[in-house]
Design a protein around this ligand. Structure first.
Ligand code: RB5
Length: 151
């Protein structure tokens, strides 16, 4: 798969490690994050990763900042993005199986490198379950398009 990775200054070291790990799993990596530890603005990278995924330039995205939260919020502002923050492997699997998350976010100040790698591998290997979950994904689209749902 082609995976776009974005990060801010809080996550530069972990991003480097995760990039190498993702490549070792046989994936192609597009690095659009900062390679510096100079302070920068995480919403920009969240937006760029979201756009790369929605445009089809990448199959999915990985975002790493201090907590993962700010970047996930930014990415979710891009129509079509389903970004989730994750600190454990069960959530990493379920966010793909149930939510078909197309962007995985986590925090370099929250998870250590080994857990981060397990989270990434679990997320990349998991598959969307479809079925009733697809109906709920369609409801995300309805929200984005301002359509009234059943509820
Ligand atoms: C940067 O200090 C920090 O706010 C950022 O990396 C992230 O945690 C935001 O959600």
């Amino acid at each position: 798969m082609k995976i776009v990775i974005g990060n801010d200054h809080a996550a530069t070291a972990l991003k480097m490690e995760i990039m190498e790990y993702v490549k070792s799993l046989g994936h192609e990596v597009i690095n659009i994050g900062t390679d510096s530890i100079e302070r920068c603005d995480y919403p920009v990278y969240g937006k760029w990763v979201g756009r790369a995924v929605v445009s089809g330039d990448a199959d999915c995205g990985i975002l790493i900042c201090g907590t993962g939260v700010g970047m996930a919020i930014a990415a979710n502002k891009v129509k079509g993005v389903r970004a989730g923050v994750c600190s454990d492997t069960a959530t990493a699997r379920l966010m793909k199986e149930h939510n078909n998350a197309n962007v995985l976010a986590f925090g370099a100040r929250i998870v250590g490198p080994e857990l981060a790698k397990d989270i990434v591998r679990t997320y990349l290997e998991a598959e969307f379950s479809g079925g009733r979950h697809q109906e709920r994904i369609n409801m995300f689209r309805d929200i984005e398009e301002g359509k009234e749902g059943d509820a």
